[in-house]
Design a protein around this ligand. Structure first.
Ligand SMILES: Cc1cc2nc3c(=O)[nH]c(=O)nc-3n(C[C@H](O)[C@H](O)[C@H](O)COP(=O)(O)OP(=O)(O)OC[C@H]3O[C@@H](n4cnc5c(N)ncnc54)[C@H](O)[C@@H]3O)c2cc1C
Length: 412
């Protein structure tokens, strides 16, 4: 696969609608501007990351340099209290440059959000949050276990207790950047006698665990996430278990932030594909007697991108309006909407990138030119399988039977 220069400045010229300014007031500047600097570096290395299925070390070093990894930590603990909107905005910016770096950034922040929103009552987790900022810790997420795949709400391996000490042995069959992370935030069965759905979320520092590789990561796309499998053996203290049950963390934070932040990445990938197609067709139109073929596909790509951005922003607004209201977050209507968002966004993003490819024709299909859509297409194909849409849709199908039909417009 040939490496070619990615003109990030060109892909970034999308006319994005005005978004609220980041809340973070940081000596290094606005979060969005810092994300743009990271994206510029990520773009330079994105093809090499993809070609060699390697960790995007330059981008993640830049994210550390820009102090982005602790951005969500509250100001009182040394962070800047960045909102979910701020992070999704950064995911969109990074997604335009390097899908893998953006997805790593997103997955890290999903776990950061869980700790920030549910760990403040725990002294251990407060101290951990301080270290997240000071040491710019990179957090990995372990939910996929054994052959059961993506059933996030059931865990096989239990936490084993020995007084105040705990241990956990787990078949982490897909663990992105497991080897590079500074900590792993993992689901686990609460105890040996617990139901598989009675889960906890545990934070283990790198010094607490060993990882023995079990599966490689040679995939179609998202190759730089380095999501190989590991046997994980961890030891720690019981206080490293998050105080709230995972069921609550999952509903109130894990699902909303994962779907919003991943959605930001996927929208960014679709934006780059669209921009490449647009520039290609503009070039083709210059001096041509007739409009170039492919314009209808460009229009479809644009419509898909506009739709998924609007869906994302609408859900960000909904989340922001209820983010401190656990009952509203847990309500069936919101859960249905936020769950379906992942299915819809991933499918719109795939369709939009595919339309960009068709707009470019063979030029987009090539891997060795500026209008190549190859990497974006391979990367976006991870979206429907990253927590499989079929699994999500089936689970959703069952719960929607419980939602009553609203009888009037204002009060349902
Ligand atoms: C880029 C990337 C990064 C990832 N990073 C991580 C990570 O850091 N940590 C982590 O823990 N996991 C990670 N994962 C794994 C992810 O969370 C899911 O576990 C995984 O994508 C599910 O894969 P699957 O489709 O094989 O599994 P499953 O969900 O088990 O699905 C297997 C098959 O069964 C079908 N299926 C499943 N359930 C149903 C159902 N109810 N009804 C109908 N059909 C069904 C699906 O269509 C599919 O064909 C990552 C995945 C990707 C793609």
């Amino acid at each position: 696969m040939n490496i070619h220069h990615v003109d990030f400045s060109a892909t970034h010229k999308l006319e994005t609608p005005a978004q609220p300014e980041p809340t973070g007031d940081h000596p290094q500047g606005l979060l969005r501007e810092r994300a743009e600097r990271v994206a510029a570096i990520a773009a330079l290395h994105a093809d090499d990351v993809d070609a060699n299925s390697r960790f995007p070390v330059e981008a993640m070093d830049a994210a550390r340099h820009e102090k982005l990894l602790g951005a969500m930590v509250p100001v009182s603990l040394g962070g800047e209290g960045a909102s979910v909107q701020d992070i999704v905005d950064a995911c969109y910016i990074l997604g335009q440059a390097c899908s893998s770096a953006a997805m790593i950034f997103a997955m890290h922040h999903v776990k950061a959000a869980c700790i920030v929103r549910h760990g403040q009552a725990s002294a251990w987790h407060r101290e951990f949050m301080c270290r997240m900022v000071q040491q710019q810790l990179l957090l990995a997420s372990s939910t996929t276990e054994g052959q059961a795949g993506g059933d996030v709400r059931n865990s096989e391996a239990p936490v084993v207790y020995d007084g105040a000490l705990i241990s956990l042995e787990r078949a982490a069959t897909v663990l992105s950047y497991g080897a590079q992370a500074d900590a792993i935030v993992t689901t686990a069965r609460r105890a040996a006698g617990s139901l598989s759905s009675d889960q906890v979320l545990v934070v283990f520092d790198k010094a607490d665990y060993t990882l023995s590789p079990t599966f490689s990561w040679q995939t179609l796309g998202m190759r730089g996430t380095c999501s190989g499998g590991f046997h994980m053996a961890a030891k720690g203290q019981a206080v490293q278990i998050m105080p709230q049950p995972y069921a609550e963390i999952h509903t109130q934070t894990m699902t909303p932030t994962a779907h919003l932040m991943w959605g930001g990445v996927w929208a960014g990938i679709a934006a780059t594909a669209h921009e490449r197609a647009r520039l290609h067709l503009r070039k083709a139109a210059r001096g041509a007697a007739q409009p170039p073929g492919g314009l209808v596909h460009l229009a479809k790509a644009r419509t898909g991108l506009t739709t998924l951005r609007a869906m994302l922003q609408d859900m960000l607004n909904q989340f922001a309006s209820i983010e401190n209201n656990p009952a509203a977050l847990s309500a069936l209507d919101f859960q249905t909407a936020i769950t379906l968002l992942k299915v819809d966004i991933s499918e719109h993003a795939v369709a939009s990138v595919m339309a960009s490819l068709r707009a470019c024709g063979l030029t987009g299909y090539r891997e060795d030119c500026e209008a190549s859509i190859g990497r974006q297409l391979r990367d976006i194909l991870a979206a429907p399988v990253m927590i499989n849409n079929d699994r999500i849709a089936t689970n959703l199908g069952n719960s929607t039977l419980l939602v009553e039909t609203p009888h009037n417009l204002q009060n349902h």
